[in-house]
Design a binder for this molecule. Structure first.
Ligand code: NGQ
Ligand code: ZN
Length: 461
């Protein structure tokens, strides 16, 4: 019995070509044991029982998601009578959130995670703040909604770094919360209990991580930030920062410094930290953040959708800054599009091409992919890449996709990210299990049916 199940947990995938930490290699055998990579051999033939694929890439971490927002994608694209902004979108989002109970949250998150896996994201950093019942009272189990996120991750088979959010105020200076925020709120003591509950809720997933997320300097006072960061206990700390100009102005007025500047001066910002967006920084802040070791959590599609502004990636990367990609509002879930838009924002702003390739001759796609992989893994507290000991989170591109014909090496990444229409992803393995085949998640049909039911209930009410 034991030998049987042991054997079942060992698989080997052979790639004609694959991107390893030291670069592209040919005829690569990846041996997997208990969900982790046990051996990587290059220039070798496949064994008869090996699963074979053409083009292998490591799975990508998605460092910032609010899964429930997937269900309101496209519902906030009508202009209001007085114009629209991030702040009017947020009001629409608060109204939408009122319609979601535990079953709806789980169904929507499972659907979003299925789409993430199909896009090549194999782990998600869920920045989770929808904690309480619609009337603002905690559920009988304080961590009910965290358990639902864990269940959704389990259904889809995606890796989870759960980031329970501490949210206490409606603005700088400890302003009272808005009624629309009632489901998010905790004091530090109750948050500590919620965090314990969240740790228990994810334990059965095997390789889940739990960090902490003080929501923003708008929602958390300096004293609370200090207390929450200490609860992380060495795990990742994520915070929204400098997404909107109004937020920068209010921060200057309340705290006497810009958000990123204030965090660098007053919080122990280091490689455990992820500053989500960090859109509006001076050159000085850009240099300092780059040197801190923290990860900038960039969400190009959402930042475009919400009218946030353009992150100064060129300067930040030249200073050695780390970044990862988040799908944030999940208005679209598409890894290639996130990477492409990150580069295109720079091209449009600077009127140049291939801005983020770090030196002559370098492929932009390769640079975007590798930096996002490394920064994303750091922000989510895991190892990444096709290397021994890392989780067997793998992508196989479709060698027959028209945009990949007669491409090799970095040309495959450039073809996928900049040129391919539709999905160029054929298969995805997460922890050694194949969860996507022929571009579709193996549970797409049942997860979509449950999502449809949840939305019918939520939107008919
Ligand atoms: C969020 N989203 O937490 O979902 C926020 C809106 C807020 C973005 N910042 C709420 N994109 O920032 O207060
Ligand atoms: Zn966010």
């Amino acid at each position: 019995m034991i030998a049987e199940s042991d054997r079942a947990r060992k698989t080997t995938i052979w790639f004609a070509t694959a991107l390893l930490p030291r670069g592209w290699a040919q005829r690569v055998r990846v041996e997997i044991s208990n969900g982790r990579i046990a051996a990587v051999t290059t220039d070798t033939d496949p064994a008869p029982e090996d699963e074979r694929a053409a083009i292998g890439l490591p799975g990508m971490p998605n460092l910032h998601s609010h899964a429930f927002q997937r269900a309101m994608a496209g519902l906030a694209e009508r202009r209001g009578s007085e114009g629209d902004s991030f702040w009017t979108w947020r009001e629409a989002m608060y109204r939408f959130v009122d319609r979601l109970g535990p079953e709806e949250l789980e169904a929507i998150a499972a659907f979003a995670y299925v789409e993430m896996l199909e896009a090549g994201f194999t782990r998600v950093g869920e920045f989770h703040y929808l904690h309480h019942a619609p009337d603002g009272r905690p559920y009988a189990d304080l961590a009910e909604m965290s358990s639902r996120i864990a269940a959704a991750a389990s259904t889809a088979g995606i890796g989870l770094t759960l980031l329970p959010v501490f949210y206490a105020h409606g603005g700088f200076g400890g302003a009272p919360p808005d009624p629309g925020q009632r489901r998010f709120l905790n004091d530090v003591e109750r948050f500590a209990r919620l965090l314990d509950g969240a740790r228990t809720a994810v334990a059965k997933l095997g390789d889940a991580r739990v960090g902490v997320a003080p929501h923003s300097l708008r929602a958390v006072t300096p004293e609370e930030l200090d207390a929450i960061a200490q609860l992380a206990d060495g795990a990742p700390v994520h915070i929204h920062a400098a997404e909107q100009v109004r937020e920068v102005e209010e921060c200057l007025a309340a705290l006497g410094a810009r958000p990123v500047e204030w965090l660098l001066d007053h919080a122990p910002v280091d490689a455990r930290w992820c500053l989500v967006h960090a859109t509006h920084m001076t050159s000085g802040e850009t240099m300092r953040l780059a040197q801190s070791g923290a990860v900038a959590g960039l969400c190009p599609i959402t930042e475009a959708n919400l009218g946030d502004g353009i992150f100064n990636a060129a300067e930040y990367l030249r200073a050695g800054g780390a970044f990862g990609i988040g799908s944030d509002s999940n208005v679209r879930i598409d890894l290639a599009e996130e990477l492409r838009l990150l580069e295109y924002g720079q091209r449009l702003a600077r009127r140049e091409r291939n801005v983020l390739a770090d030196h002559g001759g370098r492929s932009t796609g390769r640079m975007l992919f590798e930096h996002a992989l490394e920064g994303g893994a750091r922000a989510l507290g895991v190892e990444c890449g096709i290397r021994i000991g890392a989780s067997a989170d793998l992508i196989a591109l479709d060698a027959n996709h028209p945009s990949l014909i007669e491409r090799d090496g970095d040309g495959l990444l450039d073809g996928w990210i900049f040129a391919a229409a539709g999905t160029a992803i054929d298969r995805v393995w997460r922890g050694g299990s194949r969860v996507v085949a022929a571009g579709r998640h193996v549970r797409r049909a049942t997860v979509t049916a449950r999502y449809r039911e949840a939305l019918r209930r939520a939107l008919d009410r």
